[in-house]
Write a protein that binds this ligand. Sequence first.
Ligand code: FDA
Length: 311
Amino acid sequence: MVYALRRPMLWAADQPQIKKALLSTPLTRSVVSRFVAGERVSDAIDAVRRLRADGILAAIDHLGEDVTTEYQALAGQEANLELIAALADAGLTDGSEVTLKLSALGQGLGRSGAGLARTQALAIVEAASRRGVLVSVDMEDHTTVDDTLTTVEALRRQTPSVGVALQAMLRRTADDLPRMATDGGRVRLVKGAYDEPESAAYTDSGDVDRAYARGLGRLFAGDGYPMVATHDPALVSLALRLAEEHRRTPDEFEFQMLYGIRADEQRRLAAAGYRVRAYVPYGVDWYGYFTRRLAERPANLAFFLRSLLPG
Ligand code: FDA
């Protein structure tokens, strides 16, 4: 059901007329605030503080993706440096993570794009390490995976703690996972949020769930640090069973969920002594992130559509 809806929804969200209509509806913003911490860096810092009060760590994402100019790519780097400085000023560096989308740093800008994104990511990782802030790299659509993994390997040569997201829905993840989950390598396993072709990805939700379960099994059995990024209760339970089976203590893996989604479950896991991290997006460029959230869950879409109805 979810996957049947997802495709047309992701397609529709990409259509310029629909994007314009959604962006010009004032109500969109009030719904967006359920999933996005705010537009300013100070909003992100406030969200990190609130989460910490509940024992939850943060992975903070300055929203932006698929930039089309070098100027925008440089602005993406600036925003992340500003975020790291703001975390330091607020005394919130310890345990916090900054998470990067390479397409926001220029990865898609022609032949030199990957190099530009890599150079910028290296500078961000260096600034983050100096302040004791962790960094992870998000995974975008399947055409970007090779470049992204090469970049993460370069970043890890400088700072081995750099994490990476791998998408269970991609068939190639079975090979990418052992490559990235070595020597404590931090791997965030997600189902995958992009509209992918059958040739590259499982498109049936049951197949994706089974691929996720297999990936979790390998992650917990291997040398990497598992970051279990899902809201799926069955997979959360599986992770807990695997942790027990492989005798991993609560500091040897973590749960991750998105800001505003299953917040009660995030608090419950944290209160039970598990390490929990919420992915906190902020910034003005929230459209792509927001529409992916609507696409992956009919209830989110229904919530949004209801908010558009008069009184
Ligand atoms: P799914 O959406 O299938 O939901 C499974 C079940 O979880 C539901 O049936 C329901 O039981 C429960 N559930 C879900 N939402 C709920 C809600 N709002 N309330 C109550 N129950 C709910 N993707 C990507 O392609 N690249 C990336 O880098 C990342 N990064 C990332 C980081 C983090 C921390 C997370 C949590 C996710 C990502 N993702 C991502 C997104 C990911 O690929 C995926 O699209 C979403 O997490 C949704 O998938 P779930 O695993 O939650 O399962």
